[in-house]
Design a protein around this ligand. Sequence first.
Ligand code: NAP
Length: 317
Amino acid sequence: MPDSALPLPHSTTPVTWHILGAGSMGMLWATRLTRAGLPVKLILRNAERLQAYEAAQGLTLIEDEDAQQWAIRAQIPETDEPIQRLLVACKAYDAEQAVAQIAGRLTVNAELILLQNGLGSQQAVAALVPQARCLFASSTEGAFRDGDWRVVFAGRGHTWLGDTGQAPAPAWLEELQRSGIAHEWSPNILSRLWRKLALNCAINPLTVLHDCRNGGLQAHTAEVQTLCTELASLLEHCGQPEAAVDLGLEVLRVIQATANNYSSMHQDVAQRRRTEISYLLGYACEAAQRRQFEVPHLQQLHQRLTRHLQQRGLPCH
Ligand code: NAP
């Protein structure tokens, strides 16, 4: 058949990216997708936040000291408009409630991308919307807000996405490629999330308790290694042996490579923000308890951290 006789591909309207939560990660994704010409809509907390956003006239992405503003459309959760693709960019402790607010808007073939750190919130969201396909993501990108509706792209990284149901990669990954969002499809995303959770558990709480940068843990390597040994046994016990391989070595490497940085949990405590403790150390301790597996050092660390947060008047869950 000559080329001219080939049927023309259907011109399909691209699916809108609804983004729930315009914090650091939500803004980082929204601005890059918009820059690539893709349709994006932000879902903000309430009418008050929407009004503040409209007054600011858009989101500003600061990348390599260059600031650019993007006028992205925004709405409130109660808007009467179907959602086919949703990026959940809230903190782990807000994700379930935020998704519950928009659950009635999800189409039958809806897909959710869950960006939350740690574990536990993803499973809670997936149980809430069983009709939707939930993809879990793990990202090493770094971003922070330097003002309302402004995000600084602080650290280039990579995002792994995957499906616990072993379904194939979605075709829209190409849109991430086009948007310059470095990513990879992960056939075992749970293993990746467990590995990151273990790294977080070995480093972050101790940086809070010793009030130090990551490099400060070089003075506490025995304590770090004891935790790594226990975490590695827990991972194996939870059916995640791959995530346990050379955990102690990687933790030491991360401590060295990020010696000058303050961990995200240290930053949260220093800025008197709620931490994601329940989805990191809390999740690890609960997973151990469910399997009647002894993790005395992790449990003691959890208790010390909980006390530390309570003494500072911060939420400890
Ligand atoms: P963030 O800056 O605190 O942003 C969270 C956003 O969610 C806030 O803008 C918040 O709104 C919004 N939100 C909460 N409940 C909502 C609701 N019901 N409806 C609408 N919006 C709602 O947090 P983040 O740093 O982007 O982190 C998000 C997740 O990504 C976390 O699990 C984090 O661990 C993970 N992560 C972050 C980074 C990073 O570098 N930032 C890197 C990797 C992974 P308000 O603005 O109104 O409070």
